[in-house]
Design a protein around this ligand. Structure first.
Ligand code: PBG
Length: 334
């Protein structure tokens, strides 16, 4: 219940806004580097990087550079880094076998980061799309995305990542039953402490466009992902998915995209009171970074404002491409 203020002039709301000291004193939500998970794109090669045109300021990094970036992130106080591979064309096949290869790009990057900066948490992506010839997150047979067969493959992928040293497994595939299967396999293999951050409420969104450019999946994708990702018109379903994934063994849950789905973040936090994350996705980043690049928005200002909104909506943390820039800005005291 909102308390009823005294009538004017007993109540003047501007009193508490009059100075920076008073504003800071009564601020309800704040942002720190502890709130960030930094998604990065990795590619093969050495000491090199490729800028992604639809994501100004973001590049695909070779593994040696990702390890350096992880060191920098740790220095900035960012607790976790999340890896997305840009795979070679030859590694994209119908059977997606590269997805669970112990020496695939992601698994090599996990080992390199863990060797360089053991204290940073390494999160992975579990879905078949980087290794699938048709760009889908699951196996495709006669135009249909198979559920149960895909879950079996995702379990193999999960175990390979855990074996390589991943701290947080991030299933982004939206197949049914995957969390339970992954949890059981992790327990059986002795990976009791590996955390699952489930992409529980992931919507079939247009805001993933620049990401698909970044991982080279834009041209490959046939059709859309509407038979497995959520309908943007739904809210109750998001709550059921979150509850279901928690019951199957997820430790944390995610809402994705972020800014257009803050109502979902708030409902998840209010109704379930669990560690809740939002993914400020590539399209959200592109809108803000692109407008800033054109001089249409004040980049640093909208970056921090857009991140703070997740805290207000109840999120415990945010996956954001702005992570290092935002951490630097917060350190500088803006
Ligand atoms: C695919 C995956 C996607 C993103 C993360 N994992 C795209 C998709 O579902 O097509 C999107 C992230 C972003 O847009 O920043 N498994």
């Amino acid at each position: 219940m909102v308390s009823v203020p005294a009538p004017f002039p007993a109540a003047r709301f501007r009193r508490l806004r009059a100075t920076d000291a008073r504003r800071r004193l009564v601020r309800e939500n704040t942002l720190t580097a502890d709130d960030f998970i930094w998604p990065v794109f990795i590619r093969d090669g050495e000491n090199d990087e490729t800028p992604i045109p639809s994501m100004p300021g973001v590049s695909r990094l070779t593994i040696d550079r990702v390890a350096k970036a992880a060191e920098e992130a740790a220095t900035l106080g960012i607790p976790a880094i999340c890896l997305f591979p840009y795979t070679a064309q030859k590694d994209r096949t119908e059977d997606c076998a590269m997805a669970w290869d112990p020496d695939n790009l992601t698994n090599r990057a996990i080992r390199a980061i863990k060797a360089a900066v053991p204290e940073i948490a390494v999160m992975t992506d579990v879905a078949l799309d980087p290794y699938n010839i048709n760009g889908h997150d699951g196996f495709v047979v006669d135009g249909e995305i198979l559920n149960d067969e895909t879950v079996e493959a995702l379990v193999k992928m999960t175990l390979a990542q855990a074996e390589a040293g991943a701290d947080i497994i991030g299933p982004s595939d939206m197949m049914d039953g995957r969390i339970g299967a992954m949890r059981a396999a992790l327990e059986a293999a002795g990976h009791q402490n590996v955390t699952i951050l489930s992409y529980a409420a992931k919507y079939a969104s247009g805001f993933y466009g620049p990401f698909r450019d970044a991982v080279g999946a834009s041209g490959a994708l046939t059709g859309d992902k509407k038979t497995y990702q959520m309908d943007p018109g739904n809210t109750d379903e998001a709550l059921r998915l979150v509850a279901r994934d928690l019951a199957e063994g997820a430790d944390m849950v995610m809402v994705k995209p972020g800014m257009p789905y803050l109502d979902i973040c708030r409902r998840v936090k209010t109704e379930l009171q669990v560690p809740t994350f939002a993914y400020q996705v590539s399209g959200e980043y592109a809108m803000l970074a692109g407008a800033a690049q054109n001089g249409w928005l004040d980049g640093p200002k909208v970056m921090l404002e857009s991140l703070l909104c997740f805290k207000r909506a109840g999120c415990d943390g945010i996956l954001t491409y702005f992570a290092p820039e935002a951490a630097r800005a917060l350190k500088a005291g803006s």
